[in-house]
Design a protein around this ligand. Structure first.
Ligand code: SF4
Ligand code: SF4
Length: 279
């Protein structure tokens, strides 16, 4: 018994699409029965989404992955127990023979991870390259092809596996997608796009960028305090903030009066130019 899963580290992914292309190469027009029938054009088992956020020139671009979450309590399997089964290693498989012609299976996944192959008349999804694992390989094609170590793959139930050690060490920064669905997904994400607060500090008397100013950001609800310093351009930012929270930002620099601002993270907030007055 095992519980195979993935971790996607968004911060390490540069959107090279190698995982996507490797998956296409592995499955397009390639039959891997009994776990997977061949896919065709437009049938993508893993998707890389470009996410742009921020305002004005202060924007970020991240890449997130949409893929079957290999749930411990799969909603798809609950609805279609004849056609979908879970292997002892935790991989959820749509039987390509029993599911033939059943387009209604597509809607059974709350994550939208099942796609319809019109040509083959089959619902399909990621099989975690079960055919490769059955042939003795240790990892999936997408994992093998990532040049940036942006993903981990392995047995989440093995306390000595790299993935479970990583999950334990980074628990505070990891997220599951929609745990409220109750399907107990086995795919973790680290550093998913979140609101950030940024600004640019300027010395009022000289109009120069204020380098090395101390900037603190305090959450008005929980009191959590974060600190940073402006860089050589006077820029600062606070990342991975919760949505819809109120924050108080204070900027202090020797010889200047402190400046205090308020921000709400309905999205990312660009405080713009903050001009410090001489003390
Ligand atoms: S993500 Fe969707 S398709 Fe994958 S196991 Fe969970 S419910 Fe099933
Ligand atoms: S191969 Fe790695 S770096 Fe490239 S898009 Fe996929 S996860 Fe990101």
């Amino acid at each position: 018994m095992a519980r195979l899963g993935f971790v996607f580290n968004v911060e390490r992914c540069n959107g090279c699409f190698s995982c996507f292309l490797a998956c296409k190469d592995e499955f397009t027009d390639n039959e891997h029965l009994p776990t997977a029938a061949a896919t065709t054009e437009g049938v993508n088992l893993i998707k890389v989404n470009e996410v742009e956020y921020g305002t004005g020139t202060k924007v970020k671009v991240d890449y997130t992955h949409s893929i079957c979450q290999q749930c411990s309590k799969p909603a798809c399997m609950e609805k279609f127990p004849e056609q979908i089964y879970k292997r002892p290693d935790g991989i959820v498989i749509i039987d390509p023979v029993k599911a033939k012609g059943m387009q209604e299976i597509v809607g059974s996944c709350p994550y939208g991870a099942i796609v319809w192959n019109e040509k083959a008349q089959l619902p399909q999804k990621c099989t975690m390259c079960a055919h490769m694992l059955d042939a003795g390989e240790k990892v999936t094609r997408c994992f093998e092809c990532c040049p940036n170590q942006a993903m981990l793959f392995g047995d989440l139930d093995d306390p000595n596996s790299e993935i479970s050690i990583y999950v334990k060490e980074h628990a505070a920064e990891l997220e599951l997608l929609h745990p409220e669905y109750g399907t107990e997904p086995n795919v973790y994400y680290r550093h998913l796009p979140k609101p950030f607060i940024c600004g640019e500090v300027v010395c009022g008397d000289t109009d120069d960028c204020c380098k090395g100013a101390k900037v603190t950001c305090v959450c008005d609800s929980c009191g959590k305090k974060m600190e940073t310093e402006t860089d050589f351009l006077g820029d600062f930012e606070f990342r991975f903030l919760p949505t819809n929270e109120h924050f108080t930002i204070t900027v202090e620099a020797p010889g200047y009066k402190p400046a205090t601002l308020k921000a709400k993270t309905h999205g990312s907030v660009n405080l713009g130019e903050i001009v410090l007055e001489k003390a």
